[in-house]
Design a protein around this ligand. Structure first.
Ligand SMILES: [Zn+2]
Length: 350
């Protein structure tokens, strides 16, 4: 029988929507970290701090300090940077994080200038018009040389674009296009903002029920995951095990789906901690949380970043199924709720 506290799902979706609408490509995560911190400030049991690298930590004193734990999710997302201002005034992009170029074609975007201005634009093929380029529009291979940012500003030269305050190295953020329909949540960057929302919802539910973790637990909101070294530093040295909460990869050949939480047993970095994974399975079963077990073929996590940095600790990974990851992503509220239950069950486990 499960006696987990009630989850405030509208609150979770509200927080998630605001977070999704807060741009945070890796390297430019301050606003998303600040918003998460402001939200967690309302729970006085949490002791908030920042790492030098900019991650947010929230330490929650448990019933016992032995065997300290950590739970992590990342606020940073995919994005772009101005690589070059072209002679036609348009922008060439450099990628932040790993995504296929075709997944951003046609997307709206904002260039964040050094002075704090935002210039709107859209990402288009260099040969975009069917009336001019005919079959080439379909045939051209999408890449850094064939996609460009068309700015919503009167510019047709490098100089005019520079006069807008735009320079090489400015961040370019993709429109998150958040929609919630029939329980489905659709947006870019559900990876991994969905799981940040899951952790916040778990904190709120436990807090309102007057519960606290069995062991002292650090919630670690990472800000460099998409480039591979997010949790490499910043998790307290006495933490003995880490639960990574990150999206499950849904698609052909996968066990995961958009309605369940998944336990990732192995990914590109190899198997996770066997005993900890088995404990998570037992916890799910005890608490009547339906779940999937899966292997993600092209995937790395902040757990591995920590391991690769030398952590001597157990690491396991759970998360909601996300369709079309690193593309226009989608999950379902059911998966978010089940993942939240699983996180609560873990926090309460003695
Ligand atoms: Zn992720």
């Amino acid at each position: 029988m499960s006696n987990l506290p009630e989850i405030d799902t509208p609150y979770m979706l509200g927080f998630l929507t605001t977070l999704l609408n807060t741009p945070s490509p890796t390297g430019f995560t301050e606003a998303a970290i600040a918003f998460t911190g402001e939200t967690l400030k309302t729970f006085p049991a949490l002791k908030l701090a920042r790492t030098r690298k900019g991650a947010l930590t929230a330490t929650w004193r448990g019933d016992q300090n032995e065997g300290a734990r950590a739970v992590t999710a990342h606020v940073d997302t995919l994005g772009g940077m101005v690589k070059e201002i072209k002679s036609n005034g348009r922008l060439k992009l450099s990628r932040i994080g790993g995504f296929a170029w075709n997944t951003i074609e046609g997307e709206g975007c904002s260039v964040l200038t050094r002075s704090g201005r935002q210039v709107r634009g859209s990402i288009l093929l260099t040969k975009a018009s069917s009336h001019i380029f005919a079959a080439e529009v379909g045939d051209l291979k999408r890449g850094e040389d064939t996609l460009e940012v068309r700015l919503d500003a009167r510019t047709s030269s490098t100089r005019e674009t520079m006069e807008l305050g735009i320079g090489v190295g400015d961040f370019v953020v993709f429109d998150p296009r958040v929609e919630i329909n029939a329980g489905f949540v659709r947006s870019r960057h559900l990876d991994d903002k969905a799981c940040v929302a899951v952790i916040v919802a778990a904190v709120k539910a436990l807090n309102e029920a007057g519960r606290k973790p069995a062991r002292t637990t650090t919630l670690f909101f990472s800000n460099y995951e998409e480039v591979g070294h997010g949790a490499a530093a910043g998790i307290p040295a006495d933490v003995e095990e880490l639960l990574v909460v990150d999206m499950a990869a849904v698609g052909e050949g996968q066990n995961s789906d958009e309605f369940h939480a998944s336990l990732c047993i192995k990914d590109s970095g190899g198997p996770y901690h066997h005993d900890m994974s088995n404990r998570l399975r037992a916890l799910a079963e005890k608490n009547e949380i339906p779940y999937k077990v899966d292997i993600y073929p092209h995937y790395g996590s902040d757990g591995e970043a920590w391991w690769n940095a030398g952590a001597d600790a157990a690491v396991a990974l759970i998360g909601p199924g996300v369709d079309a990851s690193h593309n226009y992503e989608r999950t379902h509220t059911e998966a978010l709720v089940e993942t939240t239950k699983w996180v609560m069950a873990y926090l309460l486990e003695e």
